[in-house]
Design a binder for this molecule. Structure first.
Ligand code: KG4
Ligand code: ZN
Length: 337
């Protein structure tokens, strides 16, 4: 049994987790900073780094104590080193290096999106690989071919806004608080998804890339008037807002589902997985489930606690990298891009 301590601080969650053999989650501690950033309508990088400094030590201690394990039972320390906010990444990387040095343990640097791609396997009895993986978060929208945890190939990515970014920006346009994704998800349940015909951007029939900036602009013009960026919200009724949220969400979900199934077909797999904050979206989960069922594919969304940023997925990638001998030195650096 190989036990890894994972550390994640790439954006606005301070997280630590203990995971055995890349799958069995012993503890998963996430200190969200959402209350600190809410009044600014988005993540403020300086506030995020400061909060990571203040919280990381306690979060690591809690992860170890919840797992009932001491430092001696930890085989290696895995930390997110890319991509993300540079100031935030640096806190986790520096903390992990310090522990690796003080405890005399190997250090592993982990790519955050690769970790999201493996998150659907966390806690699972059987692995979902090989699979087409849709990773949709606030910073990324990507499709991967995960042959197995050691072989992950990028198939397509967003050319502009990420899906979560579109959810957050549209929520702001509709006057909803940050973070917008869960708010739109909730409001859309009372809305008519067919009332507004928002554009679906395909980027060509066979493209596995995404673009979500056009739909954000379309919602803005629908709310404020064509070519306008403000002033129209007051004339909308609560039902109008719910219909706008539902119609926007439906358009994004349709693109995500159709391209994910196209990816599965192209690489010849019969398994689809989803991860990242947007994978928590209830309409996406429902539509992906229905589409996979009609094709006879297995669908495995990441369990809810592993959709949002967490350190269990970092420890999982850390396990496979340790097995491959891909260790980092104490010169490990944060790479924001
Ligand atoms: O993976 P994540 O926690 O952080 C990043 O790595 O970005 O994703 C956060 C994103 C935010 O844009 C948030 O609005 C979106 O995921 N999100 C959702 C839902 N829950 C979170 N989007 C749509 N529906 C949801 N239920
Ligand atoms: Zn993420």
């Amino acid at each position: 049994m190989t036990r890894i301590l994972g550390i994640e601080t790439s954006c606005d969650e301070t997280a630590a987790a203990v995971v055995d053999d890349g799958v069995h989650v012993r503890s998963n501690v996430v200190a969200s900073q959402f209350d600190l950033h809410a009044k600014y309508g988005g993540v403020v990088p300086e506030i995020a780094s400061r909060a990571h400094i203040e919280r990381l030590d306690a979060v690591v201690r809690e992860a170890l104590s919840a797992a009932g394990c001491g430092r001696d039972e930890v085989e290696a320390i895995a930390v997110t080193c890319a991509p993300g906010l540079v100031g935030s990444l640096l806190i986790g990387v520096t903390g992990a290096k310090t522990l690796a040095w003080a405890w005399g343990k190997p250090l592993v640097g982990v790519h955050h999106i690769e970790a999201h791609a493996l998150s659907p396997a966390l806690g699972a009895e059987s692995p979902p690989w090989p699979a087409a993986a849709l990773i949709a978060s606030g910073g990324h929208t990507s499709l991967y071919h995960v042959r197995d945890p050691d072989h992950i190939e990028l198939l397509g990515a967003t050319t502009d806004d990420a899906a979560g970014e579109a959810f957050d920006k549209v929520a702001t346009i509709l006057g909803l608080p940050y973070p917008g994704g869960p708010q739109i998800d909730r409001l859309a349940r009372q809305g008519d998804p067919k009332r507004y015909d928002f554009p679906r951007t395909w980027l060509g029939r066979d493209s596995l890339d995404f673009s979500f900036s056009g739909i954000k602009t379309a919602v803005m013009y629908e709310v404020h008037g064509h070519g306008r960026t403000s002033g129209g919200l007051e004339r909308l009724s609560p039902q109008d807002l719910a219909d706008l949220a539902a119609s926007f969400q439906e358009a994004v979900v349709e693109v995500l589902v159709r391209k994910t199934l196209l990816a599965a077909e192209r690489i010849g797999v019969r398994s689809v997985v989803t991860g990242g904050g947007v994978a928590a979206n209830s309409r996406l989960r429902q539509a992906m489930q229905e589409a996979c069922q009609s094709k006879g594919y297995a669908f495995r969304p990441a369990p809810m606690p592993y959709c949002i940023d967490n350190a269990a997925m970092i420890a999982a990638v850390g396990y496979y990298k340790l097995r491959r001998g891909e260790l980092a030195g104490l010169d490990l650096d944060a790479r924001p891009h």
